[in-house]
Design a protein around this ligand. Structure first.
Ligand SMILES: [Zn+2]
Length: 400
């Protein structure tokens, strides 16, 4: 089966009940079916498979030097709700395609399909964090949106929750990690470039800002007598957006959810809670963005006589990819005649977790309109094949 045929076959597993895209959440029958299918393909390709305590699936090909550290290459099989057929899947199936065409090499090569990259059900990057020993202290007690703790979901899927902590890779087991992924953004397509080499993954700050004012009659309370939480939030958001615009790419700031109380058309809003998601490639710029947003909200709260509650989580710092691996990818692209662009990933990926314990780098290929996390997600057969070819050439160099 070709890479393209496998992508289309995998895309039939986990169709959303409403017919809109895929839902392959971790520790569900849909995910189990996808893992079983990929495992069967790995074995058909001659890879020796195993599943670890996190549910990560590995397919190993031996090297000529049995003591050499392996090259790890892969991505994830889970999807968001209403997700597309290429996010994650291309990285796993593309890795298998890359490995299948390799000559005998010194190092072993392992293809990996990580569990729960997306984080819609349980904290993101579960499988790759388990591999690197970066589990949360209360990981097994984390609950999904229906209230089911992770330990119960794992047990229901036939996995032993007690084995999760034992998934960390032995030091020296792996030499490098490579991940192929669709870009999930418009840069490559817009510039007509077939490949991206990810130099860093953007850092993230997120949390909530709550403005607490006072509910009053919308008709009888003059503007100058109100403590209108939304009026304050509107000004604060405008200033925060302006700060992100001022920093320029790749800084981004998103308010994706805004909740009003009491939420009545004829009542001045007493409280507004809104989420903020801020990202940038450099920690100094991310700090500046977060500070500017905080200052904007504090000033608006003061001006409108409302209280501000500012709750930002520690977030993740920007993660640089390994410069040596990026150079290998660039040289491989040159040999293949594939023009490439060095870039920042605004989205998080398994490579971010893996980079903690080994050199890691990523290849991006264009996707139509830059669209992802939607049923409209699409990467052409040519884009997928380019990615797999580049991965193969890079793995060959890393494993020689
Ligand atoms: Zn992904």
């Amino acid at each position: 089966m070709s890479l393209w045929e496998r992508l289309q076959a995998l895309a039939r597993i986990g169709a959303a009940p409403d017919g809109q895209g895929l839902v392959r959440w971790p520790f569900t029958p849909a995910e189990a079916e996808a893992v079983a299918q990929v495992r069967a393909w790995m074995e058909a390709d001659g890879l020796r498979t195993r599943r670890d305590g996190a549910g990560n699936l590995f397919g190993r090909r031996e090297g000529t030097d049995p003591a050499a550290a392996a090259v790890l290459v892969g991505s994830h099989l889970d999807t968001v709700r209403g997700g597309g057929s290429y996010d994650g899947a291309l990285g796993v199936l593309g890795a298998m395609e890359a490995v299948a065409g390799l000559p005998a090499l010194r190092r072993p090569v392992e293809v990996v399909a990580f569990t729960n990259e997306e984080g819609n059900r349980y904290p993101a990057l579960l499988g790759s964090r388990a591999l690197t020993g970066a589990l949360l202290p209360d990981e097994l007690d984390r609950r999904d949106p229906d209230g089911m703790p992770l330990r119960e979901a794992m047990a229901a899927a036939g996995l032993d929750p007690a084995a999760l902590a034992g998934c960390a890779a032995q030091p020296g087991r792996y030499a490098a990690y490579l991940e192929l992924h669709i870009e999930q953004g418009p840069v490559l397509e817009a510039s007509g470039t077939p490949a991206g080499i990810v130099e860093r993954i953007a850092g993230l700050r997120m949390g909530t800002a709550t403005l607490l004012g006072r509910a009053d009659h919308a008709g009888t309370t003059p503007m100058d007598r109100r403590a209108d939480a939304l009026h304050a939030a509107a000004g604060a958001l405008s200033a925060a957006y302006a700060a992100a615009d001022g920093l320029g790419r790749p800084a981004v700031l998103t308010c994706g959810r805004l909740t009003l109380r009491p939420g009545s058309p004829n009542v001045v809003p007493a409280a507004v809670e809104l989420t903020l998601d801020m990202r940038d490639a450099e920690v100094g710029r991310l700090d500046r963005l977060a500070e500017a947003a905080h200052a904007a909200f504090a000033a608006a709260a003061e001006a409108h006589g409302v209280k501000l509650r500012w709750e930002m989580r520690p977030g993740t710092p920007p993660t640089p990819m390994d410069p040596g691996l990026c150079d290998i990818l660039e040289a491989a692209a040159r040999d293949l005649g594939l023009p490439c662009l060095r870039m920042t990933s605004g989205a998080g990926h398994d490579a971010m977790a893996v980079a903690r314990i080994m050199p890691a780098a990523m290849v991006f290929v264009p996707c139509r309109g830059g669209r992802s996390h939607t049923p409209d997600e699409y990467a052409s057969p040519e884009a997928c094949a380019n990615g797999a070819a580049l991965l193969r050439e890079a793995v060959r160099r890393c494993a020689s």
